[in-house]
Design a protein around this ligand. Structure first.
Ligand SMILES: N[C@@H](CCC(=O)N[C@@H](CS)C(=O)NCC(=O)O)C(=O)O
Length: 205
């Protein structure tokens, strides 16, 4: 059985949704990020980088990083494109999410990662938020005329949904992003998404 280490509202919500939707029995294990559990000796054995998500595989081995976990879950549950070009595009988008959008947001929530000078935090947060907002607008453009990020629903969709909810959390004008908002509403028609949103107590507007 798979075990997901997650934290409410974190990027781990993408894997949480995929597992909830899979119909397969899995064990969700909440990690208390605010309390620093991600840096505990026990958790560092699962993910030495001290981050969620981490997925303990059927054989007990841990798998870390959204860029690996989501394609793995997607292939396991039929939520990953088979066609080589569609797969390459999916990897490209996952890379953009993980290496550009996520770190932009981290400047807002974790400025201490980027400087030891606390007086520089406001500038880092401000720039991070502007960059993050710019990326959300790019996502809105990508979704023009599309139902899902790939040709059909895939693991990319709950991953993209995470950043929408972060935009809501940061009080960005998300309703202006019409395509992205329609995508979010489409996700919220899926019962598993609603269950996770309620379980993690996530604001979606
Ligand atoms: N590159 C990692 C980043 C994971 C990550 O930064 N997770 C955040 C939550 S969204 C976390 O665990 N933060 C805890 C901390 O920074 O102490 C991935 O995409 O899986």
């Amino acid at each position: 059985m798979l075990t997901l280490y997650y934290a409410p509202g974190a990027c781990s919500m993408a894997s949480h949704i995929v597992l909830e939707e899979s119909g397969e029995k899995y064990e969700p294990k909440k990690v208390d990020l605010a309390g620093g559990e991600q840096r505990s000796e026990a958790y560092l054995k699962i993910n030495p980088l001290g981050r969620v998500p981490a997925l303990k595989l059927d054989n007990g081995e841990p798998l870390t990083e959204n860029t690996a976990i989501l394609p793995y879950l997607g292939k396991r549950f039929g939520l990953w494109p088979n066609d080589p070009m569609a797969e390459a595009k999916a990897l490209s988008l996952i890379g953009f999410f993980a290496s550009s959008i996520h770190p932009a947001h981290a400047h807002v929530g974790r400025p201490e990662r980027y400087t030891d000078d606390a007086s520089a935090y406001p500038g880092i947060k401000d720039k991070g938020l502007k960059t993050f907002h710019g990326y959300l607008k790019q996502i809105d453009g990508m979704l023009a005329g599309r139902e899902w990020f790939s040709d059909s629903y895939s693991v990319l969709d709950p991953y993209g949904f995470v950043f929408y909810t972060w935009g809501v959390r940061r009080e960005l004008p998300m309703a202006e992003l019409k395509n992205y908002t329609a995508h979010k509403d489409r996700l919220l028609k899926r019962p598993a998404v609603v269950r996770v949103v309620e379980n993690e107590k996530i604001k979606t507007q």
